[in-house]
Structures are given as structure tokens and as C-alpha cells.
Design a protein around this ligand. Sequence first.
Ligand code: ATP
Length: 137
Amino acid sequence: TNRTFTMIKPDAVENGHIGGILNMITEAGFKIIALKLTQLTVADAKAFYEVHAARPFYGELVEFMSRGPIVAAILEKENAIADFRTLIGATNPADAAEGTIRKKYATSMGENAVHGSDSDENAGIESAFHFAGREQF
Ligand code: ATP
């Protein structure tokens, strides 16, 4: 588990936090393997969050994640999945620990600034969704 996938979500891009978040990521020892500014279509967002399709917040989540540009990235570090989940903090910024990305940049439970893959398998699927092989260094 040396690689993870992340997105800087539309709220954080709108609020001008791309640089601040990428800085926290590299300061924490993650190497950037792939990086782009892109936007999810409604269909992309539905597919990406398919596991949450039955949840009451699914419609709101799909609308939010497709409303503007995001930054997609693949990150490399020993123990990448778990260490990145620690760096981003709890889903709800009110519960996020000091020093985490969500503590600093998230605005709410839904608009929480960043995504981090929850497993090796999902990191692979999510990375392939956004990046061709030649875009991964
Ligand atoms: P992510 O998958 O984005 O890294 P996570 O694993 O911390 O986040 P999940 O429970 O997988 O959180 O939820 C996925 C995303 O759905 C959250 O990051 C958040 O944007 C949104 N979400 C989760 N719970 C709620 C909620 N109760 N109300 C609104 N949005 C929510």
C-alpha cells in the first residue's frame, strides 16, 4: 500500500486552497505521481460515489462534486492509504484533529475539501478512472 488517490474537492478549489493543500501533502512526505485540474460530470460523480447511492446525501454529494473543477492526484509514500487518511482527518471537520487538512480547509460534512482512497483496490480503480498510464510518473 504505497500509493493512494486524492481529489481536492470543488469547495477547496473555489476557495483558493489548491496550493495550501498540495503544500501540506508534500510536507507530510507524499510524492506526487500524477496531477491534474479536471471536472467530474454528473455521470462521473454518480459512478465514483456509487457505493453511497442508497444514502440520503447521495444527490447532494453528486451535485457538489460535479459543480466545478477539482484537482485529481496520485500520491506515493510508505503506508500511503492509512497515512493519508490520517493527514486529511475525520469526514466531519468538527471532529477533525488539529493539523489535518480538513481541520484547516473543510467547511462542512459534505464540503470537506479532500478525498482519500479507503483501500488499495479503490486507489487503483480511482487512479485509473482519472489517469492514463503515461500520466503516472
Ligand atoms: P471521502 O470518501 O471523500 O474520502 P470519507 O471516506 O471521509 O470521504 P464517506 O463516508 O466515504 O467519507 O463519504 C463520502 C463523502 O460523502 C464525504 O467525504 C462527504 O463529502 C460526503 N458525506 C458523507 N456523509 C455526509 C453527510 N452526512 N452529509 C453530506 N455529505 C456527506
